[in-house]
Structures are given as structure tokens and as C-alpha cells.
Ligand binder design. Structure first.
Ligand SMILES: [Ca+2]
Ligand SMILES: [Ca+2]
Ligand SMILES: [Ca+2]
Length: 375
């Protein structure tokens, strides 16, 4: 089993630039339900008790999930009345006391596979979560990002639980808004949404309403407008060869090098992006060598503020006759990689030998060299 990978959260400033898509959760606020069973302990509360929620599958720990009615059980703070509907999810009643339980819904991710696998598709997860007064019965909402086998967890994010301390131990029932943003992990094909209720004492008061899971505006791909060969010579191909991984490659061959430590192939790529302050930025190359042997490739991003190739985000990988991807993934303040006012981006690839190679007259084929940038 693969370890769970924490998902890097985007800075809020980055997320705020993004356009937010529709809520992909079904029955996000508990308004669709069947088989309502009034809590026998509260016969004067006809809208509350337990029910089967459409699209949600319970874990079997409790006979039926809890449902509350805002009229039966008003809240001191929670979702706006015009949005919250009539019902909300609750841990109780009665036969759920003393039990932690959860309910899930799993969806095919509603996005193009090619877009997901750029690693730049963002999401926003949100919900109102709460409980009662000084009691710490609570709820949390977790999203599991699943691979094509529907089992392998590629990443998780969780919002909540909202504890009694978060609610300031104020009297009555409160639900507080929580949200997180992040990037959908590469390889994700399904998302499992899980709503957990954690019991602490007495009636199970953990509650939730108006959950949300939305995709953000996808990122953009930036192909180079031009390239500059610093070392080596062009044998075939043009800047148009660099956009797609289609077998049409820019071929650069070893020519004259000043000394043995200088990488014989050194090529710079220049492009342009409209995203002056990206929330995510990476530069990807797909490269092979025409000879077998020990080769390595290094890709770097140009820091326009410091006027240098950034050493922190440089990436090096081994190269050989089969195409290999090497990717420099921007970290920290990404605006340094986009030139102020012009929107220019610059990156480079250097290829060297690291040991014995079959032929000294070797070349490197660059099938793709592109940036991916996300808001
Ligand atoms: Ca509701
Ligand atoms: Ca309680
Ligand atoms: Ca190509």
C-alpha cells in the first residue's frame, strides 16, 4: 500500500485568482433523504431522527445516519438561511451515541484525464461543520484522491473537525465554515468524499451541512516561442517541435566544448505566459539520447529577480535512448520565474555524459519542452 501523500495547499492569494466551478458533490446539504424515522426520544421533533441520504453510503456502524431539522433544532450560527435548506447531517440520535461512523460518496473525477495529469488542476473543498456547546462531538470532511484501480490513495485533504474549542464553548449548536484548496494529484481518476462523525459524550451532536467540492480554472500550457543553443548544434527540428510529445523532436548534437566538465548540450527556451503570479509553475522536458551509455539531463528555471538560474528548483535525471521526462517544479515565490510586465519565462536544458557512452558523436532529442502554469 502506498503511503498517503500530503497535498500541498495553494496559498489563498493564488486560489483567489481562480475561477471556481460548480459543486460536484451530490446531495451536499442533506436535503435528499428517504425513510425518515423520528427519534423516539424526541417525538415532538417530527423532522429529525434518522434517514437514508441519497447518494451517500454509510459505513454500516449505525442503522441509519442522523438527520436534524433547522426548525426542530435551531442553530446559533451556521450556513446562511437562504442556502442551508431544511435539514442538516448530525451524528445522532440515540443508537449512534458512543459510535464513530462515516458516510461516503465516490465519484469519477469530472475532468479530462490529460488535464488531471498535468498536475495543475486545482480544487476547493468546503463545508459547514460543528457541534453543541461545551461538548466535543464533532464532524470532519475528507477527500480521498484515488487512482484508476479505485483503491490506491494518491492524496487526501481534510477539513475539520470543528471542536468545542473552535466554537468557543458557546451555548447551543454552531456550524463553522471551513475550506481548503489544493491540486488534484496526477493519476487521480476518482474522488471519495467521506463525512466522519466523532462521538465524545451523550447525544451525538457532531453536525455538518452544505459540503462543497469544486474544480478550479485549469492551468495553461506554455510552449517556447524561441530557443537559443548555447552549446551544441541543431541537426533537425524547430521551436514547433517542442510543444507536443509526438516524436517530432529538436535534435541537438555534441559539437565543440571548452572543457570536459562543461555539458556539451546547453539550450535555453523562451516563452510567454499571461499568468504574472502563478500559483503553480513547472517546466517539463521529454528527452532521449541517440547513443546508449551514461547520460544525465538537468533542467533549470531562470529567476528574473536575482538574474540567475535557480539552483533550488533544478531537476536532474538520467537519460538514454528511450524518452525520459525531467521536470523542474517551481517552489516558493513563483513570480520570480515570470518577468515583470513582459510575462516572459525562460528555462534551460543541459545534457552531459556521466560515464561511458557508446559513441562520442552523440545527440539529444528534445520532443517536448513546455511550462505548465496554474492560477
Ligand atoms: Ca441543508
Ligand atoms: Ca453530545
Ligand atoms: Ca515534439
Amino acid at each position: 500500500m502506498k503511503p498517503y501523500l500530503a497535498i500541498a495547499l495553494l496559498a489563498l492569494s493564488a486560489a483567489s485568482h481562480a475561477q471556481v466551478g460548480p459543486n460536484l458533490l451530490r446531495n451536499p446539504g442533506g436535503e435528499l433523504y428517504r425513510n425518515l424515522t423520528i427519534d423516539p426520544g424526541q417525538p415532538t421533533k417530527p423532522g429529525s431522527g434518522t434517514a437514508d441520504f441519497d447518494y451517500w453510503v454509510s459505513d454500516g456502524t449505525v442503522p441509519q445516519p442522523g438527520i436534524n431539522d433547522y426548525v426542530d433544532w435551531p442553530v446559533n450560527a451556521g450556513p446562511p438561511p437562504e442556502e442551508r435548506g431544511v435539514k442538516y447531517f448530525i451524528g445522532g440520535p440515540r443508537d449512534t451515541n458512543g459510535k464513530n461512523w462515516f458516510t461516503t460518496q465516490t465519484q469519477t473525477l469530472a475532468a479530462e484525464v490529460s488535464l488531471v495529469d498535468t498536475g495543475l488542476l486545482g480544487f476547493r473543498q468546503s463545508g459547514w461543520l460543528g457541534g453543541f456547546a461545551t461538548q466535543n462531538d464533532r464532524a470532519s470532511y475528507t477527500a480521498f484522491f484515488l487512482a484508476a484501480d479505485g483503491q490506491t490513495v494518491l492524496g487526501t485533504t481534510v477539513i475539520g473537525p470543528v471542536t468545542n474549542l473552535d466554537r468557543g464553548n458557546r451555548p447551543g449548536t454552531e456550524l463553522l465554515f471551513r475550506e481548503a484548496t489544493g491540486l488534484i494529484p496526477v493519476g487521480t481518476r476518482f474522488v471519495r468524499h467521506r463525512l466522519d462523525f466523532i462521538w465524545e459524550n451523550g447525544f451525538h451532536n457532531g453536525c455538518a451541512d452544505l459540503l462543497g467540492f469544486q474544480l478550479l480554472t485549469p492551468g495553461v500550457r506554455v510552449a517556447p516561442d524561441t530557443f537559443t543553443v548555447r552549446l551544441g548544434r541543431v541537426a533537425r527540428g524547430t521551436e514547433w517541435s517542442l510543444a507536443e510529445p509526438d516524436g517530432d523532436a529538436l535534435r541537438l548534437c555534441k559539437f565543440v566544448v571548452p572543457n570536459a566538465t562543461t555539458p556539451p548540450i546547453n539550450v535555453e527556451f523562451d516563452g510567454w505566459t499571461s499568468l504574472a503570479n502563478p500559483g503553480a509553475l513547472r517546466f517539463r522536458t521529454l528527452t532521449r539520447t541517440t547513443s546508449s551509455g551514461a547520460f544525465s539531463g538537468t533542467v533549470e528555471l531562470w529567476d528574473w529577480i536575482l538574474g540567475r538560474w535557480d539552483p533550488a528548483d533544478a531537476a536532474t535525471g538520467t537519460l538514454g535512448p528511450a524518452y525520459r521526462q525531467i521536470e523542474a517544479i517551481g517552489t516558493g515565490a513563483l513570480s520570480r520565474y515570470v518577468q515583470d510586465r513582459t510575462g516572459s519565462v525562460r528555462a534551460r536544458l543541459r545534457v552531459r555524459t556521466t560515464g561511458v557512452v557508446a559513441s562520442q558523436a552523440w545527440c539529444a532529442d528534445v520532443d517536448q519542452a513546455v511550462w505548465f502554469a496554474a492560477p
